[in-house]
Write a protein that binds this ligand. Structure first.
Ligand code: FES
Length: 203
């Protein structure tokens, strides 16, 4: 299998191919695609907002690509990780992480922050839908606000070539776990359900 974890940018530097597209912003050409999530509300009351969902079609997301979608008025990272990224995150000793908690509302409180417990393999699967476990494991969905003071980290940066928050220097790994810097917690995993083999509904 081709290792897609490394690409060369225009400056000749080697780095992972992170492509992030803010929801609601039309993407430019040049290999970038646009993914429009469906947000079920306009100017909602707080209780309505709390019930809202965002549908995220994943079928245009190639390995090694990520997008940013809005869910309940907050940006969220959606990334289809490469096998190498999953392996890298799996091989980490959870006991040595700054935050051992999976921070995943789809599983029990306090579950350890293993890569499996962070991935979309923990998502609910709608009746009659079959999802390839390896595919689900490759998908990572997290809140996109740094758990320090809320800045949005930059993709493909930092010590782990994953996410780096430049505001005060927090480094997150390929499972969205805080590894270094002042952020106290891993990026949170939202509630999610596979409504088809390649569609996730957040909420
Ligand atoms: S807001 Fe991200 S490190 Fe401070």
């Amino acid at each position: 299998m081709t290792d897609e974890t490394q690409t060369h940018d225009g400056d000749g530097e080697t780095r992972r191919d992170f492509i992030f597209i803010a929801a609601g912003v039309t993407a430019a050409a040049g290999g970038v695609f646009t993914l429009w999530p469906f947000i079920d509300q306009m100017n909602p009351a707080a209780d309505t907002l709390a019930q809202s969902t965002t549908e995220v079609p994943l079928d245009s997301l190639d390995e090694g690509m990520g997008i940013t979608v809005m869910f309940r008025s907050r940006p969220h990272f959606v990334r289809r990780r490469t096998a190498a990224e999953v392996t890298e995150a799996t091989d980490v000793d959870v006991a040595r992480l700054p935050d051992n908690d999976a921070r995943n509302v789809n599983i029990e409180d306090g579950a350890p922050a293993t890569d499996e417990n962070r991935s979309a393999v923990t998502a609910t699967v709608a009746d009659g839908v079959e999802v390839d476990p390896a595919y689900a494991r490759s998908i990572l969905v997290t809140g996109a606000n740094c758990t320090h003071l809320g800045c949005v980290p930059t993709g493909g940066e930092g010590d782990y070539d994953a996410w780096f928050c430049p505001c005060h220097g927090s480094h997150y790994d390929t499972a969205g776990r805080i590894r270094r810097g002042p952020a106290p917690e891993n990026l949170p995993i939202p509630p999610m359900t596979f409504s088809s083999p390649t569609t996730l509904v957040l909420g």
